[in-house]
Write a protein that binds this ligand. Structure first.
Ligand code: ARG
Length: 546
């Protein structure tokens, strides 16, 4: 069931009467009502008439008696709007009785591929992978809740030159991989890399090993598969720890596209879209400093062409109509470039949108890129360990996710484990706490046999504010589904939790009586539902006790 926000309804009515967007804003002071509009001031300027006169005309014409107290004109010609208390009770009731808490199904739901997490085989997930995993998971939940079909694609780095040196190193050391975990593989990676730079003959053997891998040599492929399997176990341990939706079914690594690469090169070259430049096959795109490289001058395929192939697969095989990529902001140009190449090739039709959502870096409290206490590059698990030094697992995870999602994604953010785990302030644990507290009140009422079916009376300002906020939830979620800015949902939930604590101060719940008590319990129950749904969309658990 759709619960159109009050702002939405009022805007419609104003527009019908005034022929212009009223640009409704929350009132600056409670005595001015709930919303105000400066439409009359703007219209008066256009028409060269006194604003108060225009305002009076509008007020006479706007038909909102069923929603509002009589409209008032203030100051130079502002229109002040106060929603009727019974209407506020009504919207709170709608949320209370809607299992979706007012979340709307998109008008035109789509098939959406989200490419996120995408760590690299034989390497521990690093700090940047924390962000893509958390952000992608949130998109996944929000887009799913708004009725879209979401297809997660975990584009792991499981192909490429590095596997030549890894496998060659395993053979040389006569290493038994079965005893290794992902951290062990990372050490192997470092040894192989050092070996590669120091030993020309090893480098040659590594190159030959890549050829053997691509040719399907049995022993080579078995070792390669083992590297992947061990890495998967490591990735899954982190996914479990974070509580994200990704499963093995979502794995769609770079190797998957291997067979598509040569035909794509041929196709683009034959159509004159790709050209040979200095021995490499490339696509020049206007406005970009460097071309997309389809095949390097040694005949090797890399990151660019793999992403072109992935686009083709996602459009033609998965039938996606929206592609979303979540990686750090530094890859922005790469994605814009491959989107352009795919458009030129006709693999990415106009009807399909492609978006790269880039995010900023995770900084330490010293303002530098987050590192371990010893000063080394930090792994994702180091961050979680740091948060768990302060609080238990579900709270630590909430703290980290909320800190990650509550700022504009493009901005860097400071990983301050102590601040983000506090139960006060704009933090994940604060929202969990708000949820646990309201749950406790409701449980107590239930234990005392008090039922709350309907919200009938809402007389106090804090009650009105809660109802107004409740009516906005669906719209906030639809907004995030569209513009992929989860901080707006965070801000909303923080406002709701704050309004709830103001409400407690002014409005006793359990000690109130009659309809006032049942109405307040109903209101609490609706707020609880929105808090828990909202946190759920951020991928944050809402425990009943804290
Ligand atoms: N494996 C890459 C990395 O760790 C991210 C891959 C992102 N997805 C893609 N389709 N290129 O940086």
């Amino acid at each position: 069931m759709a619960v159109l926000s009050l702002i939405g309804k009022l805007t419609e009515r104003f527009e019908a009467a005034a022929g212009t967007d009223p640009e409704l804003r929350p009132a600056t002071k409670p005595q001015f009502g709930h919303f105000q509009s400066n439409a009359a001031l703007r219209l008066a300027k256009d028409q060269g008439r006194p604003p108060r006169e225009v305002a009076a005309e509008l007020v006479a014409r706007i038909d909102v008696a069923d929603l509002c107290e009589p409209l008032e004109i203030a100051g130079p010609g502002f229109i002040n709007i106060r929603v009727r208390a019974d209407v506020l009770a009504g919207v709170a009731n709608d949320v209370l009785h809607d299992p979706a808490a007012g979340i709307d199904v998109a008008e035109d739901p789509g098939r959406i591929v989200i490419d996120y997490s995408s760590p690299n085989v034989a390497k521990l997930m690093h700090v940047g992978h924390l962000r893509t995993t958390i952000i992608g998971d949130c998109f996944h939940r929000v887009l799913d809740a708004t009725g879209n079909t979401v297809i997660a694609q975990n584009h792991i780095g499981d192909w490429g030159r590095q596997f030549g040196m890894l496998i060659e190193q395993v053979l040389e050391e006569d290493l038994d991989l079965t005893g290794l975990d992902l951290a062990g593989l990372e050490e192997l990676y470092l040894r192989a890399n050092a070996h590669l730079t120091a030993d020309e003959a090893f480098a040659d053997r590594s190159r030959a090993r890549v050829v053997a891998l691509q040719a399907g040599d049995t022993e080579t492929n078995a070792l390669w598969q083992q590297l992947i399997d061990i890495s998967k176990v490591g990735f899954n341990a982190t996914y479990d720890r974070l509580g994200v939706l990704l499963t093995d079914d979502d794995l769609a690594g770079e190797s998957m596209y291997n067979d598509m690469l040569a035909p794509i090169c041929e196709d683009l070259e034959s159509r004159g879209i790709a050209v040979v430049d200095d021995g490499a096959l490339v696509v020049f795109v206007e406005g970009f400093d460097a071309p997309a490289i389809l095949r390097n001058r040694h005949g090797g395929y890399g990151y660019d062409v793999t992403d072109v192939a992935a686009i083709s697969y996602r459009v033609n095989t998965l039938h996606a109509d929206r592609l979303v990529y979540v990686t750090d902001a530094r890859q922005h140009q790469h994605f814009l470039l491959v989107f352009e190449v795919a458009r030129m090739a006709g693999y990415l039709p106009k009807s399909v949108t492609a978006e790269h959502v880039g995010y900023g870096m995770v900084l330490g409290t010293d303002g530098k890129p987050f590192s371990t206490r010893k000063g080394g590059a930090a792994h994702l698990d180091d961050l979680l360990d740091r948060a768990e030094e302060h609080v238990s697992r579900p709270i630590a995870v909430a703290a980290v996710k909320y800190a990650d999602l509550s700022n504009q994604l493009q901005k860097d953010y400071v990983f301050d484990a102590e601040r983000m785990t506090q139960t006060s302030g704009d933090t994940g644990p604060y929202l969990q706490y708000a949820h646990a507290r309201v749950t406790r009140i409701l449980a107590k009422a239930e234990a005392e046999g008090i039922a709350w079916e309907t919200i009938t009376v809402l007389n106090e300002t804090p009650e009105h504010n809660l109802a107004l906020l409740l009516s906005r939830f669906g719209e906030v979620v639809s907004g995030v589904a569209e513009d992929l800015q989860p901080h707006k949902l965070c801000t909303y939930l923080f406002e709701l939790a704050t309004a709830l604590s103001v409400f407690y101060e002014v409005c006793p719940v359990l000690t109130a009586e009659g309809d006032v008590r049942t109405s307040r319990l109903g209101l609490c129950s609706a707020v609880r539902r929105v808090l828990s749904r909202g946190l759920g969309l951020l991928g944050i658990e809402a425990p009943d006790h804290m």
